[in-house]
Structure formats: structure tokens, C-alpha cells
Design a protein around this ligand. Sequence first.
Ligand code: 0PR
Length: 408
Amino acid sequence: LLGSSTSRTGSADRAAPARPTGLSEHGRDTAAVLAGLDALRRDDHDYADGTVFNSICSAPLPVARQVFAQALDTNMGDNRIFPSLRRAETEVTALLGDLLGFPDAGGVATSGGTEANLLAVLAALRRDGRRARTGRPARIVLPESAHFSFDKILAMLGVEPVYAPLTPDLRVRVETLRSLVTEDTALVVATAGTSEAGAVDDVPAIAEHTRALGVPLHVDAATGGFLVPFARDLGHPLPPVGLDVPGVTSVTLDPHKYGGAPIPAGQLLVRDAADLDRLRVASHYRGTHDHHGLLGTRPGAAVLATWAALHTLGRAGYRTLVASVFERRELLLGLLRGAGFAVAPAPDLTVVTVRHPAPGQLVDALERRGFIASVARRYGLLRLVVHWHQSEEQLRALVAALTDADRE
Ligand code: 0PR
């Protein structure tokens, strides 16, 4: 099941980029431009080359790549020129709604998880009549593990965050979170697959409480949206995280992570169509449509490629891919433990964290050996991301390099 490919070594050139001398008067021929581009990209890694162990993104499916390339000129900001895009967005929304347990979901195709999270927060603020009456800043309760997209969003929207602490498993501490939520809370956020550790919050336990108080609950499933449903089918002990959980009002998911679609495909799903109305902005041209997202001109290629990925794989295709990623994870865990590394905690999804006295130095030493790993800075843990671009041989090479780097 695990393919093989060679591993490359040599770390990226960290020298400052050369300063361009300005736009030349006359253009260059295509061959010269492409040669220049090769030089520009000389230090880029390739997901397939066995060096990338820090990325939740991967190469898209071949069909998604093909569709994206063919649809580069399509613009979701104008569905009179491209009526297919509204149909594709509606269909993708229904397919992803079905995946997350609610085929009647409304939704917006976004540019990645950041925009989807932003729209969820904005919809909640507009839903929050109480705040409008009191004039106080809106309060949002979110886990300390929330993705840094929320740092941007809360700053942009002037929202006051209330952070709930984590358990040793790096999931949000449900009892404490529940105690922080009041009827004045504009929104609660839970994460289904934190970017740093892949931890999946106990969404049903949180939702029970928010629902009783009438507070909306957004699940950031950018990382885990395509993993959790299939992992559950495969018998992994994970809670449901989607709109099948009563009380969950919106979900973010990122088809460009484990969905086989290209960057920047992203998606917001909402239970209640009224949330889409809260986001609606009318464009200024007669005959053109309303906008629900942040972007005006937006790439139709991403939604068409997502449509193609979903229809190509079907449930069985995703289940097989997810099984293969979990198989790689088990291999990596065994190799790490065998080499004496302290895995901490047992991972929910595909991010493996390792306790180490100097994770930063270890990552630097690994990079000198050509491998990209990362440090989950807030936890002080070495972070390794498992993805389907890695072969068994490459995972073995990683752990051999880690062992070697650790001796430095
Ligand atoms: N929420 C969660 C839980 C995420 O993991 C991410 C992305 C986002 C929101 C934001 O989504 P967009 O990046 O699509 O706007 N998390 C990745 C991460 O932090 C982003 C990433 C992916 C970074 C690949 C580097 C990389 O190589 O890991």
C-alpha cells in the first residue's frame, strides 16, 4: 500500500533573495522565463520527495490538478459568465454537508479555512442581538488550541476572546469551557483536528451545553473534516464533529488538506440558511449575484476541482486514503517508540507530537539533513505530520535522520 520513492537531502538556501533590478523594458522568451523560474524555485521541496513532514496539505489528486488548470480563468465573482460555478458550489456544499451529517446544509466555498472561520464568526456577531443592545464587545469562547486564523479574525472584528484551557491530551477541557459559556457568549468554537497536534475536541459534550443556552457552536474542522468521518467508519474512537451533532451551527472544512483538492479550496457549512442571509452583501451591478464571502473575484477553479475530487473518490475512495494515512501513522509511531522517542500524547488524527528537551534544535538538525518537521511552539513539542505523500521507506528515513540528529 505504501509506495516508495527516493529521499532528497540538502537544506534550503536561507540566503536573502537577490533584489530584482526592476521590470525590464522588453520581455524574455518563454524558455528564458521558465529557466529563470526553475532557478527561482530551486530550493522548493516536492511533497513526493520524502522531505515534507510538517504539512497538512499535499499534492491534489491528478484529476483535481487537471480541472484546476483547465478552469484557471473562471471567476465565482461573476456567475453570469460562469453559471456552472454556482451549480458547482451548491453541489459541493450538499456533498460536504452530507459528509458531515447534514445534506441540507447551506454553505460558501471559501479561500481556505481562514475565510470560512471568519465568515462563521461574522455570522455569529450578526446573530447576536444582545450585543447590539448593550454595545459591549462580543465575547467568543474558544480553546487555547484554536488555530492562529482566529488571532487574525478576532483582531479584525474587535471580538473579545475567552480562552478555555486544555487537557494533557491537548483537547479542550470541556468542563471549564462549559463554565465559561453564558447566555451572553456570541459564539463557542471547538476544533476537530488542531493544526498543532491533531487533537479532536469532544464536540457532542460541548454542543449539549451550548444548545441548552442557545449559543451558536462553530467547529473548525479545517484539518479533520475529511479525516474524522472516515476514521469513524474505520472504527477509530473519535466523536462526531459535524452538523449531525445537534447544537453545532457551522463547520469549516478544507478540501485542500485531506480532501485531494488544490489550494485554496475551503468551505463553510451552516445549519441555518439564515446565517447565509446574515453574510449577504449585494454587488453593485444589475443582474449579478449577492456575495457571502470575503473575496469578490474568487477562483472557480478551486470549487470545480473540489467537485471533481469528491466525485472521483466517493466515500470508498476517501476511506481507503484515510486508512492508508492511519496505517502510516501507526508505522511512524512504532518507529519513533522503537528509536526511544517519547510520543506525547497518543494522536487522535495524523499529527504526531514528540516530547524532547530541545525540539527547536532537533528540527534545525533535521533540516540540515534535508527534512522539514516543525515545533508546536505553544506546547514545546516536536511535530510531525503524516500524509499520503509519504512512503514507508521515507518514514523510516525520517526516523533514522531524527535518531542521527538527536545525537548531534
Ligand atoms: N483551522 C485549522 C484547524 C487549520 O489547521 C488551518 C490551517 C486553518 C484553520 C486555516 O486554514 P487556511 O490555511 O486554509 O486558511 N492549518 C495549517 C497549519 O497551521 C496551514 C498549513 C498547511 C501551514 C500546510 C503549513 C503547511 O505546510 O498547519
